[in-house]
Design a protein around this ligand. Structure first.
Ligand code: GDP
Length: 507
């Protein structure tokens, strides 16, 4: 039974992220929890990698409650939070190995948790190991201003072994206790809203992704607004991949058929009509991003693949000029490119400037109102480093803008090859259907994967198994001609639907 938290609101499961230094046991802990807390019959059905999963934990008082774990790279769970002030995770688990103690990524994780003001629990892991030193680990945490309960602070902690499971039930108890104090609740009558945690292109199902609902109810048939795009909610599944018609806050959902690749960390909101969704999608685009505190945004793995960082060495004649230039460079905004001033200084472009620049990937050295020394130029030529000299700011920024565009990483995009309208549906056997229609644009070829569009929205995909023109097998049918074909799809094709063939090109 759901516990009432506020008037008109019901409590929801907490959403948890596990973060910490590499090899300190994040995956081991997630695996252990999944193995011991996802009902066996359900676990058997899970084959693909999950971006999130839900477990049911039986507390020591006998009652059961749900907990949702996010299993994406730590940064992704925080990125939305940092940009928008809204978090995917309600509670973070900071995992620290008692064998190694506090390490570089532990410190980074502490910083991210504190900046995002996420309540957290420390899990001191690997206590089964002979070299484990729990006290030392606690002291090191104190040095980083993480003051544990009983050690001058109020941060809850649990000593665990993710490998053999010691302390894990206590950790789950603690998660539910912290969740209770947070009074996590939602209004089931509200439209759904939440955050994208993963997205990818699936050849068969189109743009697919995973999301966490943070408030309201996400319903099939509604429309989802995300940063400049509206997607119809047609195919939604629970974390096990079973089709669902709605999902409430605190749960993880996968969805297929996004109209545009959604960014990890992007917020979404759902609406009963397309029109309302469109209005908000535009607003999302206009809304300025909140300062993230650092000039380099925290990127998810997916975003990192699509982003190019250009390291810049900046030399100028005066400190004031350097600062002015850095400000101007920061204003240059090219999609998927980050211009990062890694080195700066006053004076001519020297050999050592070039040497330093060489440690970066495809760097640019810029001199402003200064010259480049011959030795520096030589080394740059040998090392393939670009040196450019300017004495007018706008010329510099113009050039840099062009250069950023040139170096923009290629992104896969879909290009339409042809469209065909279905006029008649003849027969259907399992997932195979025989239909007739006319090519209205471009060409339709045998063997290709096509999108099935109904009222301009993609409802699914299918593969053209056989194509005929005037009852003769043909490889392709061109614009204006009628055809018959057999399609393999888990969606039923209906009269009036459009089949769209496409290819993926890098742009
Ligand atoms: P991650 O990088 O944080 O995901 O770390 P992993 O979960 O991959 O763990 C790194 C290594 O530590 C693996 O070899 C695990 O088997 C081991 N490990 C993790 N937790 C424990 C533990 O509690 N006890 C012991 N003995 N080994 C552990």
């Amino acid at each position: 039974m759901e516990k009432k938290a506020h008037k008109g609101k019901v409590s929801r499961p907490p959403v948890i992220v596990i973060t910490g230094h590499i090899d300190h046991g994040k995956s081991t802990l997630l695996d252990y929890i999944r193995k011991t807390n996802v009902v066996a019959s359900e676990a058997g059905g899970i084959t693909q990698h999950l971006s999130a999963y839900e477990v049911t934990h039986k507390k020591s008082d006998g009652s059961s409650q749900k907990i949702t774990f996010i299993d994406t790279p730590g940064h992704a769970a925080f990125s939305g939070m940092r940009e928008r002030g809204v978090g995917v995770a309600d509670i973070a688990i900071l995992i620290v190995s008692a064998e190694d103690g506090v390490k570089a990524q532990t410190i980074e994780a502490i910083k991210a948790i504190k900046e995002s003001v996420t309540p957290f629990i420390v899990a001191i892991n690997k206590i089964d190991k002979p070299n484990a030193n729990v006290e030392k680990t606690k002291n090191e945490l104190g040095e980083k201003e993480v003051f544990l309960e009983g050690y001058g602070g109020n941060v809850p902690f649990v000593e665990i072994s993710a490998k053999i499971g010691t302390g894990v039930p206590e950790l789950l108890d603690m998660i539910l206790l912290v969740a209770e104090l947070e009074e996590l609740s939602f209004n089931p009558e509200k439209q759904g809203e939440g955050i994208i945690i993963e997205s990818h292109l699936d050849q068969k199902r189109g743009i697919s992704g995973a999301l966490i609902v943070k408030d309201g109810t996400l319903k099939k048939g509604d429309f989802m607004a995300i940063e400049g795009a509206v997607s119809p909610i047609r195919i939604i599944e629970d974390f096990k991949g079973a089709p669902i018609s709605e999902s409430v806050a605190g749960s993880s959902v996968s969805m297929a058929g996004f109209s545009k690749n959604p960014k990890v960390g992007a917020l979404f909101r759902t609406f009963p009509t397309k029109k309302e969704a469109e209005a908000l999608a535009q607003e999302f685009v206009k809304a300025p991003h909140k300062e993230s505190g650092s000039s380099i945004p925290v990127l998810s793995e997916e975003e990192e693949k699509l982003t190019r960082i250009i390291p810049i060495t900046l030399k100028a004649d005066a400190q004031g000029t350097l600062e002015a230039l850095e400000k101007e460079i920061a204003k240059i905004n090219t999609e998927n490119v980050i211009l990062k001033v890694t080195n700066r200084g006053i004076g001519t472009v020297s050999e050592s400037d070039v040497k330093l620049a060489l440690s970066g990937n495809n760097p640019i050295v810029i001199g402003f109102n200064v010259k480049a020394e011959a030795k520096g130029k030589d080394l740059a030529e040998r090392g393939g480093v670009t040196i450019v000299l300017f004495d007018i700011i706008y010329k510099l920024t113009e050039w840099l803008e062009e250069e950023a565009k040139k170096r923009k990483p290629k992104v896969p995009v879909e290009e339409t090859l042809g469209k065909a309208k279905i006029i008649r549906c003849f027969s259907k056997e399992k997932e195979r259907q025989v239909v007739g229609g006319k090519v209205t644009e471009g060409v339709l070829s045998s063997g290709v994967v096509v999108k099935i569009l109904r009222k301009d929205f993609e409802i699914g995909r299918g593969k053209v198994l056989e194509l005929q023109q005037q009852k003769i097998k043909s490889k392709e049918v061109t614009e204006g001609n009628e055809f018959g074909l057999m399609i393999d799809s888990n969606m039923d094709v209906a009269e009036g639907d459009i089949l769209e063939s496409f290819r993926i090109v890098e742009k």
